[in-house]
Write a protein of this length. Sequence first.
Length: 357
Amino acid sequence: MFWIKLPFFKLAKCSVALLNTLVSDLDEDEKFTAVNAQVFKTTGTLFLVLGQSAIVICLSAAIYTGMFSLIFENALSSGVKMSVLAVGSIIPFLIPRKQTSDYSDIAQLFHHLILDNYHLGKRLLARQIKDTEVNNHYTGRFSRVLVTGLARSGTTALTKELEKRGPFASLDYSNMPFLLAPRLWAKIYNPRQVENKERAHGDGVKVGLASVEALEEYFFKVMKQDRYILDNGLEKHALSEEENALYRKYQNSISGADKVYLAKNNNAITRLPSLIKYNPDLVVFVMVRDPLQHAYSLMIQHQKFLAKQENDPFITDYMTWLGHHEFGSNQRPFLLQEEDRDLHIGDPNTIEYWLKR
Protein backbone atom coordinates (compact mmCIF):
# COMPACT_ATOMS: atom_id res chain seq x y z
CA MET A 1 0.00 0.00 0.00
CA PHE A 2 2.89 2.34 -0.73
CA TRP A 3 0.58 4.56 -2.82
CA ILE A 4 -1.17 5.49 0.43
CA LYS A 5 2.11 6.31 2.19
CA LEU A 6 3.57 8.26 -0.71
CA PRO A 7 1.71 11.58 -0.19
CA PHE A 8 2.49 11.49 3.54
CA PHE A 9 6.18 10.89 2.77
CA LYS A 10 6.12 13.74 0.27
CA LEU A 11 4.54 16.02 2.89
CA ALA A 12 7.30 15.10 5.36
CA LYS A 13 9.98 15.92 2.76
CA CYS A 14 8.33 19.24 1.88
CA SER A 15 7.98 20.23 5.55
CA VAL A 16 11.64 19.53 6.33
CA ALA A 17 12.70 21.26 3.10
CA LEU A 18 10.77 24.34 4.28
CA LEU A 19 12.64 24.24 7.59
CA ASN A 20 15.89 23.83 5.65
CA THR A 21 15.12 27.00 3.70
CA LEU A 22 14.19 28.94 6.84
CA VAL A 23 17.55 28.19 8.50
CA SER A 24 19.59 28.84 5.34
CA ASP A 25 22.21 31.57 5.09
CA LEU A 26 20.72 33.01 1.89
CA ASP A 27 20.35 36.78 1.71
CA GLU A 28 16.93 38.11 2.70
CA ASP A 29 15.55 38.55 -0.83
CA GLU A 30 16.64 35.09 -1.95
CA LYS A 31 15.35 33.52 1.25
CA PHE A 32 11.97 35.27 0.93
CA THR A 33 11.53 33.93 -2.60
CA ALA A 34 12.70 30.44 -1.65
CA VAL A 35 10.46 30.30 1.43
CA ASN A 36 7.41 31.40 -0.57
CA ALA A 37 8.07 28.72 -3.18
CA GLN A 38 8.52 26.04 -0.53
CA VAL A 39 5.40 27.13 1.39
CA PHE A 40 3.38 26.87 -1.83
CA LYS A 41 4.76 23.38 -2.49
CA THR A 42 4.17 22.23 1.09
CA THR A 43 0.63 23.61 1.15
CA GLY A 44 -0.20 21.90 -2.13
CA THR A 45 1.08 18.59 -0.77
CA LEU A 46 -0.94 19.07 2.42
CA PHE A 47 -4.13 19.54 0.41
CA LEU A 48 -3.25 16.43 -1.59
CA VAL A 49 -2.94 14.41 1.63
CA LEU A 50 -6.20 15.82 2.99
CA GLY A 51 -7.95 15.11 -0.30
CA GLN A 52 -6.70 11.55 -0.43
CA SER A 53 -7.73 10.99 3.19
CA ALA A 54 -11.21 12.34 2.45
CA ILE A 55 -11.55 10.01 -0.54
CA VAL A 56 -10.51 6.98 1.52
CA ILE A 57 -12.99 7.88 4.28
CA CYS A 58 -15.83 8.46 1.80
CA LEU A 59 -15.13 5.21 -0.03
CA SER A 60 -15.05 3.30 3.24
CA ALA A 61 -18.38 4.82 4.27
CA ALA A 62 -19.89 4.09 0.86
CA ILE A 63 -18.76 0.48 0.98
CA TYR A 64 -20.25 0.00 4.42
CA THR A 65 -23.58 1.73 3.82
CA GLY A 66 -24.01 0.48 0.27
CA MET A 67 -22.52 -2.90 -0.55
CA PHE A 68 -22.72 -4.28 2.96
CA SER A 69 -26.35 -3.32 3.32
CA LEU A 70 -27.18 -4.97 -0.01
CA ILE A 71 -25.42 -8.23 0.75
CA PHE A 72 -25.72 -8.62 4.50
CA GLU A 73 -28.76 -6.50 5.39
CA ASN A 74 -30.72 -9.41 6.80
CA ALA A 75 -27.95 -11.93 7.27
CA LEU A 76 -25.63 -10.23 9.77
CA SER A 77 -26.06 -8.15 12.87
CA SER A 78 -24.75 -4.58 13.00
CA GLY A 79 -21.85 -5.60 15.26
CA VAL A 80 -20.74 -8.36 12.91
CA LYS A 81 -20.95 -5.96 9.97
CA MET A 82 -18.59 -3.56 11.75
CA SER A 83 -16.19 -6.40 12.53
CA VAL A 84 -16.16 -7.56 8.92
CA LEU A 85 -15.54 -3.98 7.74
CA ALA A 86 -12.69 -3.50 10.23
CA VAL A 87 -10.99 -6.74 9.22
CA GLY A 88 -11.42 -5.97 5.53
CA SER A 89 -9.93 -2.51 6.01
CA ILE A 90 -6.71 -3.70 7.59
CA ILE A 91 -6.08 -6.76 5.42
CA PRO A 92 -4.44 -4.70 2.59
CA PHE A 93 -1.94 -3.31 5.11
CA LEU A 94 -1.07 -6.80 6.35
CA ILE A 95 -0.14 -8.06 2.90
CA PRO A 96 3.65 -7.56 2.72
CA ARG A 97 4.98 -5.53 -0.20
CA LYS A 98 7.86 -7.17 -2.03
CA GLN A 99 11.01 -5.72 -0.51
CA THR A 100 13.53 -4.77 -3.20
CA SER A 101 15.82 -2.73 -0.96
CA ASP A 102 17.87 -3.39 2.16
CA TYR A 103 16.26 -0.23 3.57
CA SER A 104 12.61 -0.02 4.60
CA ASP A 105 10.38 2.78 3.29
CA ILE A 106 10.66 4.59 6.64
CA ALA A 107 14.46 4.24 6.68
CA GLN A 108 14.67 5.63 3.15
CA LEU A 109 12.47 8.58 4.11
CA PHE A 110 14.63 9.26 7.17
CA HIS A 111 17.79 9.34 5.04
CA HIS A 112 16.13 11.76 2.61
CA LEU A 113 15.02 14.09 5.42
CA ILE A 114 18.53 14.31 6.88
CA LEU A 115 20.80 14.13 3.84
CA ASP A 116 18.80 16.13 1.28
CA ASN A 117 18.84 19.31 3.36
CA TYR A 118 22.28 20.92 3.42
CA HIS A 119 21.38 24.00 5.50
CA LEU A 120 20.07 21.78 8.28
CA GLY A 121 23.30 19.83 7.87
CA LYS A 122 25.29 22.97 8.59
CA ARG A 123 23.28 23.52 11.78
CA LEU A 124 23.98 19.96 12.85
CA LEU A 125 27.68 20.47 12.09
CA ALA A 126 27.75 23.61 14.24
CA ARG A 127 26.42 21.54 17.13
CA GLN A 128 28.97 18.78 16.45
CA ILE A 129 32.03 21.08 16.53
CA LYS A 130 30.85 23.32 19.35
CA ASP A 131 33.71 23.78 21.85
CA THR A 132 36.10 21.91 19.51
CA GLU A 133 39.32 23.76 18.68
CA VAL A 134 41.33 23.60 15.45
CA ASN A 135 44.42 22.43 17.32
CA ASN A 136 42.69 20.08 19.78
CA HIS A 137 44.08 16.91 18.25
CA TYR A 138 46.50 14.01 18.67
CA THR A 139 49.93 15.32 19.69
CA GLY A 140 52.06 12.95 17.61
CA ARG A 141 53.86 13.90 14.41
CA PHE A 142 50.73 13.19 12.38
CA SER A 143 47.22 13.76 13.70
CA ARG A 144 45.30 12.75 10.58
CA VAL A 145 45.69 10.10 7.88
CA LEU A 146 44.07 10.12 4.45
CA VAL A 147 43.86 7.14 2.10
CA THR A 148 42.92 8.16 -1.44
CA GLY A 149 43.19 7.08 -5.06
CA LEU A 150 40.81 5.98 -7.76
CA ALA A 151 38.09 3.54 -6.76
CA ARG A 152 39.11 -0.14 -6.95
CA SER A 153 42.76 0.73 -6.32
CA GLY A 154 42.95 -0.90 -2.87
CA THR A 155 41.94 2.04 -0.66
CA THR A 156 39.51 -0.02 1.43
CA ALA A 157 42.01 -2.82 2.04
CA LEU A 158 44.72 -0.40 3.18
CA THR A 159 42.33 1.55 5.40
CA LYS A 160 41.14 -1.63 7.13
CA GLU A 161 44.73 -2.71 7.77
CA LEU A 162 45.75 0.71 9.10
CA GLU A 163 42.79 0.75 11.47
CA LYS A 164 44.05 -2.44 13.10
CA ARG A 165 47.49 -0.96 13.77
CA GLY A 166 46.98 2.35 15.52
CA PRO A 167 44.85 4.58 17.72
CA PHE A 168 42.55 5.62 14.86
CA ALA A 169 39.07 7.14 14.86
CA SER A 170 36.82 7.65 11.88
CA LEU A 171 33.28 7.79 10.63
CA ASP A 172 31.56 4.45 10.13
CA TYR A 173 28.20 3.13 8.95
CA SER A 174 26.63 3.50 12.40
CA ASN A 175 26.88 7.28 11.90
CA MET A 176 24.47 7.21 8.96
CA PRO A 177 22.58 9.37 8.20
CA PHE A 178 23.82 11.95 10.75
CA LEU A 179 27.27 12.26 9.18
CA LEU A 180 27.70 15.86 10.33
CA ALA A 181 26.55 15.18 13.89
CA PRO A 182 27.75 11.68 14.83
CA ARG A 183 28.06 12.56 18.52
CA LEU A 184 24.43 13.66 18.70
CA TRP A 185 23.28 10.59 16.79
CA ALA A 186 25.27 8.29 19.08
CA LYS A 187 23.18 9.49 22.03
CA ILE A 188 20.02 8.37 20.25
CA TYR A 189 21.12 5.38 18.21
CA ASN A 190 23.17 2.63 19.79
CA PRO A 191 23.11 -0.24 17.30
CA ARG A 192 23.61 -3.79 18.39
CA GLN A 193 26.61 -5.57 16.98
CA VAL A 194 25.79 -6.83 13.50
CA GLU A 195 27.92 -9.49 11.86
CA ASN A 196 30.02 -8.21 8.99
CA LYS A 197 28.81 -9.22 5.55
CA GLU A 198 30.18 -8.91 2.05
CA ARG A 199 29.68 -5.42 0.67
CA ALA A 200 27.59 -4.66 -2.41
CA HIS A 201 30.69 -4.73 -4.65
CA GLY A 202 30.75 -8.53 -4.40
CA ASP A 203 34.55 -8.51 -4.03
CA GLY A 204 34.87 -10.50 -0.82
CA VAL A 205 35.47 -7.45 1.39
CA LYS A 206 33.29 -7.68 4.50
CA VAL A 207 31.83 -4.60 6.17
CA GLY A 208 29.69 -3.88 9.22
CA LEU A 209 28.37 -0.91 11.17
CA ALA A 210 31.82 -0.27 12.64
CA SER A 211 33.64 -0.42 9.29
CA VAL A 212 35.57 2.70 8.27
CA GLU A 213 34.18 3.91 4.97
CA ALA A 214 34.28 6.89 2.60
CA LEU A 215 31.67 8.91 4.48
CA GLU A 216 33.37 12.26 5.07
CA GLU A 217 32.74 13.41 1.49
CA TYR A 218 29.29 14.55 2.59
CA PHE A 219 31.04 17.30 4.60
CA PHE A 220 32.59 18.72 1.41
CA LYS A 221 29.34 18.38 -0.53
CA VAL A 222 27.59 20.51 2.09
CA MET A 223 30.41 23.06 2.41
CA LYS A 224 30.72 23.48 -1.36
CA GLN A 225 26.98 23.04 -2.04
CA ASP A 226 27.91 20.45 -4.72
CA ARG A 227 29.47 23.16 -6.89
CA TYR A 228 32.38 20.89 -7.87
CA ILE A 229 30.03 18.13 -9.07
CA LEU A 230 29.31 18.90 -12.73
CA ASP A 231 27.29 16.97 -15.29
CA ASN A 232 30.46 15.71 -16.96
CA GLY A 233 32.51 14.98 -13.85
CA LEU A 234 33.95 16.05 -10.49
CA GLU A 235 35.96 19.22 -10.93
CA LYS A 236 39.33 19.89 -9.35
CA HIS A 237 38.93 22.53 -6.64
CA ALA A 238 40.58 23.96 -3.54
CA LEU A 239 39.54 24.43 0.05
CA SER A 240 39.81 27.93 1.45
CA GLU A 241 41.71 28.41 4.69
CA GLU A 242 38.40 29.00 6.46
CA GLU A 243 36.85 25.82 5.04
CA ASN A 244 39.92 23.84 6.03
CA ALA A 245 39.74 25.18 9.60
CA LEU A 246 36.13 23.98 9.76
CA TYR A 247 37.22 20.62 8.36
CA ARG A 248 39.90 20.28 11.06
CA LYS A 249 37.34 21.00 13.77
CA TYR A 250 35.06 18.38 12.27
CA GLN A 251 37.90 15.84 12.23
CA ASN A 252 38.91 16.69 15.79
CA SER A 253 35.33 16.33 17.02
CA ILE A 254 35.43 12.73 15.78
CA SER A 255 38.94 11.72 16.86
CA GLY A 256 39.40 13.76 20.03
CA ALA A 257 42.85 14.43 21.45
CA ASP A 258 43.81 10.80 22.00
CA LYS A 259 43.31 9.32 18.53
CA VAL A 260 44.42 9.92 14.95
CA TYR A 261 41.69 10.82 12.46
CA LEU A 262 41.57 8.23 9.66
CA ALA A 263 39.67 8.74 6.41
CA LYS A 264 39.26 6.89 3.16
CA ASN A 265 38.16 9.33 0.49
CA ASN A 266 38.64 8.73 -3.23
CA ASN A 267 37.32 12.20 -4.09
CA ALA A 268 40.06 13.83 -2.01
CA ILE A 269 42.21 13.69 -5.16
CA THR A 270 40.16 16.60 -6.52
CA ARG A 271 41.27 18.87 -3.63
CA LEU A 272 44.54 17.25 -2.57
CA PRO A 273 46.93 20.22 -3.08
CA SER A 274 44.95 22.45 -0.71
CA LEU A 275 44.65 19.67 1.87
CA ILE A 276 48.43 19.23 1.89
CA LYS A 277 49.00 22.99 1.97
CA TYR A 278 46.86 23.66 5.04
CA ASN A 279 47.53 20.46 7.00
CA PRO A 280 51.22 19.84 7.73
CA ASP A 281 50.21 17.11 10.21
CA LEU A 282 48.45 15.11 7.47
CA VAL A 283 49.92 11.95 5.96
CA VAL A 284 48.47 10.86 2.62
CA PHE A 285 48.50 7.43 0.99
CA VAL A 286 47.73 7.55 -2.75
CA MET A 287 46.92 4.09 -4.09
CA VAL A 288 47.93 3.02 -7.61
CA ARG A 289 47.03 -0.24 -9.36
CA ASP A 290 48.01 -1.94 -12.61
CA PRO A 291 46.04 0.10 -15.22
CA LEU A 292 44.58 -2.83 -17.17
CA GLN A 293 43.44 -4.73 -14.07
CA HIS A 294 42.13 -1.50 -12.60
CA ALA A 295 40.10 -0.57 -15.68
CA TYR A 296 38.62 -4.06 -15.91
CA SER A 297 37.62 -3.98 -12.24
CA LEU A 298 35.88 -0.61 -12.69
CA MET A 299 34.01 -1.85 -15.76
CA ILE A 300 32.75 -4.95 -13.93
CA GLN A 301 31.64 -2.90 -10.92
CA HIS A 302 29.86 -0.45 -13.21
CA GLN A 303 27.85 -3.26 -14.78
CA LYS A 304 27.05 -4.79 -11.38
CA PHE A 305 25.80 -1.53 -9.92
CA LEU A 306 23.71 -0.66 -12.97
CA ALA A 307 21.80 -3.90 -12.40
CA LYS A 308 21.47 -3.27 -8.66
CA GLN A 309 20.27 0.30 -9.17
CA GLU A 310 17.65 -0.78 -11.68
CA ASN A 311 16.22 -3.12 -9.06
CA ASP A 312 16.63 -0.66 -6.17
CA PRO A 313 16.73 3.07 -7.11
CA PHE A 314 17.56 3.98 -3.50
CA ILE A 315 21.10 2.74 -4.12
CA THR A 316 21.59 5.64 -6.54
CA ASP A 317 20.36 8.15 -3.95
CA TYR A 318 22.64 6.62 -1.30
CA MET A 319 25.72 6.71 -3.52
CA THR A 320 24.98 10.29 -4.60
CA TRP A 321 24.71 11.50 -0.99
CA LEU A 322 28.13 10.02 -0.25
CA GLY A 323 29.70 11.43 -3.41
CA HIS A 324 30.25 7.99 -4.95
CA HIS A 325 30.34 8.63 -8.69
CA GLU A 326 32.96 6.02 -9.54
CA PHE A 327 30.54 3.68 -11.32
CA GLY A 328 26.84 3.02 -11.73
CA SER A 329 24.06 5.14 -13.21
CA ASN A 330 25.45 8.39 -11.80
CA GLN A 331 29.06 7.75 -12.84
CA ARG A 332 31.26 10.83 -13.29
CA PRO A 333 35.05 10.95 -13.86
CA PHE A 334 37.53 13.24 -12.11
CA LEU A 335 38.26 16.41 -14.10
CA LEU A 336 41.83 17.09 -12.99
CA GLN A 337 42.99 18.88 -16.14
CA GLU A 338 41.44 20.63 -19.12
CA GLU A 339 41.68 17.63 -21.45
CA ASP A 340 39.58 15.58 -19.00
CA ARG A 341 36.42 17.52 -19.95
CA ASP A 342 35.38 14.86 -22.46
CA LEU A 343 36.16 11.78 -20.35
CA HIS A 344 32.46 11.09 -19.88
CA ILE A 345 32.04 10.50 -23.62
CA GLY A 346 32.30 6.91 -24.76
CA ASP A 347 30.95 3.42 -24.17
CA PRO A 348 31.32 2.33 -20.51
CA ASN A 349 30.97 -1.30 -21.59
CA THR A 350 34.42 -1.17 -23.18
CA ILE A 351 37.75 -1.43 -21.40
CA GLU A 352 39.05 1.59 -23.35
CA TYR A 353 36.48 3.85 -21.68
CA TRP A 354 37.83 2.99 -18.23
CA LEU A 355 41.49 3.02 -19.23
CA LYS A 356 41.14 6.74 -20.03
CA ARG A 357 40.24 7.36 -16.41
